[in-house]
Design a protein around this ligand. Structure first.
Ligand code: AMW
Length: 169
């Protein structure tokens, strides 16, 4: 089945640099180099501002805003992909547990207008109160916190994506 309006785009990085493959993540354009898995209808990327080490995102290729906007085959592929990614990050980060979350709509904390499943490796004691992870998820990428903790560098994100890609080859 077609994946709708999704296209890999080739965009110039800079007038003097060669084009690079990018894809749309809501209002953002992300480099293909931070994508570590692609399925028929979904993709997985590393996070530019992870709440915990290994906090990654799984998204439908078609930039639908809300879970209810997805077709059944997209929902199915999204969660099968999330399950595969869960296995990989669990191993890679030696995590006995994982948190999966979808912030579906602005009142639920969604800031990127493109459905995404958050996956976070969890370890005992990573938060003093286990459910504080949800408070952190709601606030970590808000503008007011960017000054305290800037985004990761592209090379750092690319390094993690390359490591995670090895689980799917
Ligand atoms: W939401 O608050 O919409 O549920 O979560 C958006 C997530 O996407 C956050 O974890 C944020 O850090 C991450 N994010 C936003 N923009 C990018 C980007 N360009 N590349 C990688 N991760 C991003």
């Amino acid at each position: 089945m077609s994946n709708g309006s999704f296209v890999w785009e080739d965009q110039p990085r800079h007038p003097h640099q060669s084009a690079m493959a990018t894809l749309r993540f809501g209002q953002h354009v992300v480099s293909a180099t931070v994508v570590f898995l692609r399925s028929e209808l979904s993709f997985a990327i590393v996070n530019r501002k992870p709440v915990l080490p290994g906090h990654v995102l799984v998204c439908p290729l078609r930039p639908a805003e809300r879970l209810c906007d997805l077709r059944p085959d997209e929902v199915s592929d999204l969660f099968v992909t999330a399950q595969r990614v869960a296995g990989a990050i669990g191993k890679h980060y030696g995590a006995p547990s994982l948190t999966l979350a979808v912030q579906d709509g602005p009142e639920a904390g969604q800031t990127v207008q493109h459905v995404h499943v958050h996956l976070l490796p969890r370890h005992a004691g990573d938060f003093s109160r286990n459910d504080d992870v949800y408070t952190e998820l709601q606030h970590h990428d808000r503008v007011e916190s960017e000054e305290e903790a800037p985004f990761r560098s592209l090379p750092d994100m690319e390094r993690e994506a390359a490591e995670l890609r090895t689980y799917f080859t």
